[in-house]
Design a protein around this ligand. Structure first.
Ligand code: F6P
Length: 345
């Protein structure tokens, strides 16, 4: 029997989502089935807002950033009546399966819907933050670090002209993947990540040493989640909280820039890259990874192997139980930090 499959994208968007959507649609179509796109994440599933997707309508989307379906941080479990509405949508649209493309929050909902309501869900991991535990890498991350790299390459020339220190604040929430990888790629003088207790004295010493050694500018990459709470008087986050209970991060870069300028005397500027890191076309690598994950998610649907998430392990796409895949954040491991630590002495 052919299938009718829903697909949605939830949480913060990232480059590569459209590659997954296109691949899911194609795989389901090849099996004789059809795909509906639920709009704006779980909100569309609750409100019954969907559009028909075909291989033709999704063929030209691989190079587009964002998601053609729209996204939101709607959490159906915020209010039990929403879960009921979501289950009604599933029945009304006569869906046989649902592919949820998202980060830990979106996949956590997919996991609960499967375990608590036996809803046939499949998960596909995405996030620029690269912080999901059951997959070696998430699509969106590669594009994001390339965006940061290009931005810093530009910032270097103006920093050099003005003999300034540039502090670049990156996204990544409580994992330092974006800051660390992009920082290494631009030969930053210092990188601050949430995984390492900040030592601002050491940071300033390194900048001073390098200036004395003849380098006329400095580059410091700071992850938005860098834990400056141990530095007196600094607050790194405001009180705004989303439906999944996450605080909105941001502002730490400005604070670090301030401290550097005061302690070293070097003129310092901060650039917060913000949502630029999630925008625009995906890298080739993210397009390929998204496509592979989409094909495998579609194949799990066809085989009716529900309650699972597709994942990259080494060079292979595998699947893991959704329940095991959610709830644990993957942070930078010590080995990676130590390797590049050679450059920050
Ligand atoms: O999880 C992706 C991410 O871009 C984080 O790096 C960042 O902290 C957050 O989303 C920003 O969220 P919003 O788009 O809601 O401002």
């Amino acid at each position: 029997m052919t299938m009718k499959v829903g697909v949605l994208t939830g949480g913060g968007d990232c480059p590569g989502l459209n590659s997954v959507i296109r691949a899911v649609v194609r795989t389901i179509h090849n099996d004789g089935g059809e795909t509906l796109g639920l709009l704006e994440g779980w909100r569309g599933a609750i409100e019954g807002n969907a559009i028909k997707l075909t291989p033709e309508s999704t063929d030209g989307i691989i190079d587009r950033g964002g998601t053609i379906l729209g996204s939101s941080r709607t959490n159906p479990y915020k209010d039990e009546s929403s879960v009921g509405k979501l289950l009604d949508t599933f029945k009304n649209l006569e869906l046989d399966a649902l592919v949820a493309i998202g980060g830990d929050d979106t996949l956590g909902v997919a996991s609960r819907l499967y375990s608590e309501h036996n809803l046939p869900t499949i998960g596909c991991p995405k996030t620029i933050d690269n912080d999901l535990s059951s997959t070696d890498v998430t699509f969106g991350f590669d594009t994001s670090i390339n965006i940061v790299m290009e931005a810093v390459d530009r910032l270097k020339t103006t920093a050099e002209s003005h003999r300034r220190v540039m502090v670049i604040e990156t996204m990544g929430r409580h994992a330092g993947w974006i800051a660390w990888y992009s920082g290494v790629a631009v030969a930053a003088d210092y990188i601050l990540v949430p995984e390492v207790e900040p030592n601002l004295d050491h940071l300033c010493e390194v900048l001073i040493q390098r200036r004395q050694g003849g380098k006329p500018f400095g580059i410091v990459v700071v992850s938005e989640g860098a834990a400056l709470s141990s530095v007196e008087g600094l607050v790194t986050q405001d009180a705004e909280i989303d439906e999944f209970g996450h605080v909105k991060l941001g502002g730490v870069g400005e604070q670090v820039a301030d401290i550097i300028e005061k302690r070293t005397g070097f003129e310092t500027r901060c650039v917060t890259l913000g949502h630029l890191q999630r925008g625009g076309p995906p890298s080739a690598s993210d397009r390929v990874l998204g496509t592979r994950l989409g094909i495998h998610a579609g194949r799990l649907v066809v085989k009716r192997e529900f309650g699972r998430m597709v994942a990259l392990r080494g060079t292979q796409i595998v699947s893991v139980p959704l329940a095991e895949a959610v709830g644990t954040m993957r942070i930078l491991d010590k080995g990676i930090l130590e390797e590049f630590g050679e450059f920050f002495k």
